[in-house]
Structures are given as structure tokens and as C-alpha cells.
Design a protein. Structure first.
Length: 254
């Protein structure tokens, strides 16, 4: 069964996106979707001594502009981000293992935001060992919009299973996917605690994957996958049922 996941290219992505990528047979960067300012497309959170802190890539996005066309506002942000991240994570064991390749990401950043985001995602997935083939929606020349676009992208690559997040519950036509012979599973990621630095009194979730990578090292992929549970989308299975794709994946390999 060919499993596909689709997501907009985002900056220093968080673990649930990488779980989707790792469990898929093909991952599509939805790079020709419309840019939205209040999203993680151009920003994410890291952990500072005082708690979570946002870092954002300044950009020149215009209303209705596609992600693949958005340009960065300047190149100064790259030095600032590298310096800030190094300052906060320089003592973590995971950062020390990959600091040179991480710093190289920021030496000559691409002018387009989508290229910055894809570069950081590819770096993260390579560090933790995800080998899923990727492609870009802009390469497939699909002209439909909304949920029909998602369905057509899945059909274009021969998907039989589509992995999606809870946000899709508001707009996907699950019946159309079922009629097309594509099973839809909805992600229910558990943000369980893992070791974090600074000795803060509480665990902070919903951070960029670099926090888990730098604190736990390149072996953190299993930790990401263990936190994932999936449930059938409406009309695609028993309501309330859960599927552990991590266990299913390991059983298939044995």
C-alpha cells in the first residue's frame, strides 16, 4: 500500500511533520499553496533559558502569493538565527555532534523562503535518518484547489493511503477519498516529555525538531515515531479506533 503525506514547506519543522514523512512512501512539499502569515511556514519556536522563543524568517510576502514565490526580506536573519540557536544549544550533546553542518545551512541561505524551508527540513531528516523520497507539488502541475487538489496530488503519485493532520478535518472531503480508493488516517501526535536543557520546572512541547535533536541526538527518530497514533478519518474505519503505524512499520520489516 503506497502511503503519501503532504505538507507546506515550513521553517525548522516540528516532530509531527517528520513523523508523517518517515511513515510515508512519498512526501510532497506543497510549495505552490498560498502563503499565510499566521502559520509556521516562516517561523518556529526554540527553547531559551526563560522558556520558548519564536524565531522568524523575515519575508516580502504579498496577499495571495504562493509559498514558492515568497522572497526573504534580507540575508541578515540567517546570521542572527545561527547565533541565537548556537547560544542556546551550544552545550547540548546533540548540537555538538552536528554543529558544523547546521552552521553551514546559514552561510549562504537561498533567496526564496520555500527553498530555505526545504533545506532545513532536508537537513533535519538526514540527521535523524529519514529516507522517504520527496517531491514538490509545483512539479506535478495540478490545477485544482482545496481538498480536490490534495486528492489529485495523491492520485498523481498512486497513493492508496493518505496521512494527514487534524486541520484537514475542517475541509477534506473524506467520502471522495474513499470513492477514489484512498484510505485517510488522521494524526494524533502525543507530545510526551523528553530531556530538555536549562533545568526548567516544566516540559515545553510544540517546539522545532532541533530541540529534540540537540537534546537527544540523531537517534531521536524512534522517539518521534513512538509518540504517534493514527485514527481513521470519518467514513474510513471504526470511529475511535487507533492505529500504531510505528508498530505496523516494524512488523512489516520483521
Amino acid at each position: 500500500m503506497k502511503t503519501v503525506a503532504i505538507h507546506q514547506p515550513s521553517y525548522l519543522v516540528w516532530p509531527p511533520l517528520l513523523e508523517k514523512m518517515a511513515l510515508a512512501d512519498a512526501f510532497i512539499y506543497l510549495d505552490d499553496a498560498e502563503f499565510t502569515k499566521r502559520s509556521e511556514i516562516h517561523r518556529n519556536r526554540i527553547l531559551a533559558p526563560q522558556g520558548p522563543q519564536w524565531i522568524s524568517v523575515p519575508n516580502k510576502a504579498h496577499r495571495g502569493e504562493l509559498i514558492c514565490d515568497v522572497k526573504g526580506a534580507n540575508r541578515e536573519w540567517a546570521h542572527q538565527h545561527r547565533t541565537t540557536i548556537c547560544h542556546f544549544y551550544r552545550r547540548s550533546s546533540g548540537y555538538q555532534l552536528c554543529q558544523e553542518s547546521f552552521a553551514a545551512l546559514y552561510e549562504d541561505p537561498p533567496a526564496l523562503l520555500s527553498e530555505v524551508n526545504i533545506a532545513t527540513t532536508e537537513w533535519l531528516r538526514n540527521q535523524i535518518g529519514i529516507t522517504t523520497p520527496t517531491l514538490r507539488s509545483s512539479e506535478l502541475c495540478i490545477g485544482t484547489k482545496g481538498w480536490e487538489r490534495v486528492l489529485d496530488l495523491c492520485l498523481a503519485v498512486g497513493a492508496k493511503r493518505y496521512l494527514t493532520g487534524t486541520g484537514s478535518l475542517d475541509y477534506l472531503n473524506f467520502e471522495a477519498f474513499r470513492e477514489a480508493g484512498i484510505e485517510v488516517l488522521v494524526q494524533r501526535y502525543r507530545h510526551d516529555p523528553y530531556p530538555q536543557q536549562f533545568g526548567l520546572p516544566e516540559f515545553y512541547s510544540h517546539l522545532s525538531t532541533i530541540d529534540m535533536l540537540f537534546n537527544m541526538g540523531p537517534g531521536c527518530l524512534d522517539e518521534i515515531l513512538r509518540r504517534g497514533l493514527w485514527e481513521p478519518a470519518p467514513g474510513h474505519g471504526d470511529p475511535g479506533a487507533t492505529i500504531n503505524l510505528y508498530e505496523e512499520r516494524h512488523a512489516a520489516q520483521d
